[in-house]
Design a protein around this ligand. Structure first.
Ligand code: URA
Length: 199
């Protein structure tokens, strides 16, 4: 078990394990509540994230915040948000297999230390990586998976929702409801149980 999230973040801040290091302004390690029962894993930082050093602070992030609030009743300070790769790929291209492999130990350490009850993967790269699958996201999503003692809920990437309109939006909303249900089933305090439940 790695020592602490701060120690892993310090390691990441000095990382030169892949070529993305040369082009970054900031390493985007992650943000939120490090004791949260709910963790989101995206793909990698975009321009705004690279500038600020924080995940999902651009247009995709605003949509993520909105949908998580509307479907789960949660604000971003109550969850933890990280990415598959911690440095911005040039021109927002997809992360390459060697970059994903080089960065994976950071994500594994984050998951181990945060020990969420539910992990929501956003988009193809995070879903395929954590489920060790080559299936596309439309085949992966729509159900839950056991994952490292937790429950994994794959959903589409918010950038795809921004481009794709109605159907991806409905899919993401349904997946967030699925994640909320998984939290409730795991007994998480993040989701309110109706008063009198169980009596
Ligand atoms: N897209 C991602 O996958 N992650 C971010 O942090 C921002 C946009």
């Amino acid at each position: 078990m790695p020592a602490s999230l701060a120690a892993v973040a310090a390691d990441a801040a000095a990382c030169t394990r892949c070529s993305l290091a040369a082009g970054r302004t900031h390493v985007v390690f992650g943000m939120g509540d490090p004791t949260s029962d709910l963790m989101f894993v995206g793909e990698g930082p975009g321009a705004e994230e690279d500038k600020q050093g924080l995940p999902f602070v651009g247009r995709s992030g605003k949509l993520l915040d909105q949908l998580v609030l509307e479907e789960m009743g949660l604000t971003r300070d109550r969850v933890y948000i990280a990415n598959v790769v911690k440095c911005r790929p040039p021109n927002n291209r997809d992360p390459l297999p060697d970059e994903i492999a080089a960065c994976r130990p950071f994500l594994d350490s984050q998951i181990e230390l945060i020990a969420p009850k539910v992990v929501v993967t956003l988009g193809k790269f995070a879903g395929q990586l954590l489920l060790a699958s080559k299936e596309g996201i439309t085949r992966l999503r729509g159900r839950t998976y056991p994952f490292a003692g937790a429950v994994l809920v794959p959903t589409v990437h918010p950038a795809y929702v921004l481009r794709g309109g109605g159907e991806p939006m409905a899919q993401m909303r349904a997946d967030l409801v699925r994640a909320k249900r998984a939290l409730a089933e795991a007994g998480s305090k993040l989701v309110a149980t109706p008063s009198g439940a169980g009596s």
